[in-house]
Design a protein around this ligand. Structure first.
Ligand SMILES: *Cc1c(COP(=O)(O)O)cnc(C)c1O
Length: 360
């Protein structure tokens, strides 16, 4: 069977060249006679893989020296708890911006540990826009400000970086990390589940400013304490070695392709082509304010929802899969992460035009 164009929101498409390299190295990594999956995480072979991956990620994102890069497990969902556990430091208040489903989950988890103030929300617009900086009702004494730069389900992305003064800014970048350059020094913590734009599921990356490490709430489990994990170079327990290795192959591929500046250009082209096709038709629609449309996750509806099942079935026939929208939003969603080639987006656009012609 030929490979499809896979528009899944996550776990998501991986770069074909990375999968081929992994296949080639599967049974015998660099002549050591075993697969990466079979290696001790403390052996020199895996240590070299781990160190290279971190160095490449640091280079790609220009991560300053006063940040730790942690390769963790537990997904972004564990970070929803780890952030308050590690950052409250006796402060009972944390600020959150609510821009959709993932923000809400982060808030619900933090409520177990502190008072959460929703200092800005897109709820009145049914999460089709994000609050502006002027609309944020920030608490200058909050332990931190948490936001979700890209809401994977609603397809809403911040067009600006919230400014919180001395309050550490925490970003759940699960679905847009590595999609464009960011100034890491503006953040206290950036975290991301790997399965969208980094690598396979099972790995979580956290980039944590060093001064925020070391004062976890008493009683914090070791596996949730940034200090324990950081002191052990992410090897307090057995890390997700194979996912770490594959993430490393993705980082090397991104470097070969020109890094995040090049990615941003391609991502803008892909997203523009798809949004132009949606806006230019009388048949497809996207409800999100133009200035905060996601470059990574593009939800869209058909003029007649009765045609949704037919659209999905025919798209699948055409090799375009996992386009069904999230159950909370309905319609379709095309996730077009770094690994989705431009030809994949063009194939979707062509299919959509043809489907409209026949059914519109
Ligand atoms: C997918 C996703 C999550 C959940 O990630 P897990 O790794 O499954 O815990 C959290 N936040 C955002 C923005 C996501 O896209």
């Amino acid at each position: 069977m030929a490979r499809t164009f896979n528009f899944s929101a996550g776990p998501a498409v991986l770069p074909e060249e990375v999968l081929l390299q992994a296949q080639e190295e599967m049974l015998d990594w660099h002549g050591c006679g075993m697969s990466v999956m079979e290696m001790s995480h403390r052996g020199k072979e895996f240590m070299s893989i781990a160190e290279q991956a971190e160095a490449d990620l640091r280079e790609l994102m220009a991560i300053p020296d006063n940040y730790k890069v942690l390769f963790l497990q537990g997904g972004a969902s564990s970070q929803f708890a780890m952030v308050p556990l590690n950052l409250l430091r006796g402060n009972p208040n944390a600020d959150y911006i609510n821009t959709g489903a993932w923000s809400k989950k982060a808030i619900a988890e933090a409520k177990k540990f502190c008072e959460t103030s929703v200092v800005g929300t897109g709820e009145e617009s049914r999460f089709t826009t994000v609050p502006s900086q002027e609309e944020l009702d920030l608490n200058p004494n909050a332990a931190y400000l948490h936001f979700t730069p890209n809401e994977t389900i609603g397809g809403v992305e911040f067009p600006y970086l919230p400014e919180a003064g001395d309050v550490p800014l925490i970003a759940d970048m699960s679905s847009n990390i590595l999609s464009r350059p960011v100034d890491v020094s503006k953040y206290g913590i950036i975290y991301a589940g790997a399965q969208k734009n980094i690598g396979p599921a099972g790995l979580t990356v956290a980039i944590v400013r060093e001064d925020l490490i070391g004062e976890a709430v008493p009683g914090t489990p070791a596996m949730f304490d940034y200090k324990v994990l950081s002191d052990a170079d992410s090897m307090y327990n057995t890390p997700p070695t194979y996912a770490w290795y594959l993430a490393g192959l993705v980082f090397q591929m991104l470097k070969r392709k020109g890094g995040l500046v090049a990615m941003a250009e391609i991502n803008q082209r892909k997203a523009k082509a798809l949004y132009d096709a949606i806006d230019g038709s009388g048949f497809y629609a996207n409800p999100v304010d133009v200035n905060c449309r996601s470059l990574m996750n593009v939800p869209f509806t058909l003029a007649n929802a009765d045609l949704d099942a037919t659209f999905l079935a025919e798209a699948k026939e055409a090799g375009l899969v996992t386009l069904k929208g999230h159950r909370s939003v309905g319609g379709m969603r095309a996730s077009i992460y770094n690994a989705m080639p431009e030809e994949g987006v063009q194939a979707l656009i062509d299919f959509m035009a043809d489907f409209e012609k026949r059914n519109g």
